[in-house]
Design a protein around this ligand. Sequence first.
Ligand SMILES: Nc1ncnc2c1ncn2[C@@H]1O[C@H](COP(=O)(O)OP(=O)(O)O)[C@@H](O)[C@H]1O
Ligand SMILES: O=C(CO)[C@@H](O)[C@H](O)COP(=O)(O)O
Length: 462
Amino acid sequence: MKPTYVLGIDSSTQSCKALLVDAQSGEVVAEQRSSHLPGTQIDPQHWVTALETATTGLLEQASAVSIAGQQHGMVALDEHGQPVREAMLWNDTSSAQQAKELTEELGGAQACAEKIGSVPVASLTVTKLRWLRDHEPENASRTTQVLLPHDYLTWHLGGRKEAVTDHGDASGTGYYDPAARRFLPDLAADALGHSVQLPRLAQANEQVGRTSTGAVIGAGTGDNMAAALGLDLQPGDVCISIGTSGVASAVVEDSVHDGSGMVTGFVAANGKFLPLACTLNGAPVLDFGARMLGVGKQEFSDLALAAEPGSGGVVLLPYLGGERTPNRPEATGLLQGLRGTTTREQIARAYVEGLLCSMKDAVAALEASTKVATKRILLIGGGAQAEAVRVIAPQIFGVAVDVPRTAEYVALGAARQAAWALGGQEQPPVWDIAESTRYQARPRPEIYAGYAKLRDATEGWN
Ligand SMILES: Nc1ncnc2c1ncn2[C@@H]1O[C@H](COP(=O)(O)OP(=O)(O)O)[C@@H](O)[C@H]1O
Ligand SMILES: O=C(CO)[C@@H](O)[C@H](O)COP(=O)(O)O
């Protein structure tokens, strides 16, 4: 019998990845990718071009397709469906002031967490709408519809007919109520200064259209929701994704409303909830460290592994692009503890330890908000390819770390959703994706303690 293939797409910050997957087994049969442009404001047409490049030759073979995308980006469209300006991405911190103002307008941090699941930070779409109103009133007045990156691409794939989104990605806008599972259009209107059309909320297994090649289109979702679906996260599992962002997330039964703002209470792609703590500084911290030392990725990892735990007292605060968790949009990075005897190996290791300690902050916040202890960490994303990250991670987290068999889990989750939409059953198909490599080590709490001391001492610094 001829196999049925589905296509899963991950349109993330740095690139667009497409996986052609056997709908029955979940086996990946082909993979292609295309780079995105750097920057925090991007013409959405570039994503379309990357999508077309990454899916060439694959889309034709697929019976269904779903797109997962970087969360939160504001794609503001005019009455003709044309972007009024470049999309502002999740890691654009221009709207930090608007985040503060909206938090106050909504009655403070805890009131926001109750109403929209999250305390607004610059990443959330709602703050970008308010920024548009304040800084580009002409563009704001021309905006008739606002989409998320994955909505925009799904709309394009379906021939630009009806615009739809899913509950997972919608829950990251800041104008969605995760407990009631509905948009709050008044909040979007208040932010932008006038009412604005929002995409229709589709069900997770809904067929929302057809491609020009006749494939069924699924609703798609946010990249973190898709990763959870691709990994089939179970209670006690924490996914740590080291992509452009650093994300700690878990799938839970009840909605989360964290007034501290460290954890955003999103909705999962399978009808449950996906509380998540996200940093602005993931794998690019390693890229930066390697560049500073003038070495490639492999040598950087080798250098880090050649140094002793604790990096001879060198500590990195990795807030290179400002930070969101903790909320320090104006922060910069900091290397502390340098001596005349400090080695390149110690500096390389300090980058890895600093990145992982910031992820431990995220895991701690997640555990505090869900009251669920972490039983297992699953490490994914580009940064998880580095051996030094894999080896040092259990020293920092204090639990075993599983690195799933190399695959693009966001695109795999999108493929699983596509197969779900194709079959139309109650639950997503069960795929055997359990194979992973376990990394274990003696916990080194003193490394995180040194990091936490520096983090707290620098609160309020820019
Ligand atoms: N072997 C590696 N070691 C360290 N970093 C890596 C490695 N492979 C990829 N990366 C980094 O991972 C990042 C891309 O990860 P990815 O998960 O694809 O990001 P995104 O989903 O945000 O586009 C880049 O910053 C890249 O340099
Ligand atoms: O803002 C968030 C989550 O809230 C980010 O996780 C974005 O969704 C971008 O993801 P990556 O490109 O780093 O995977």
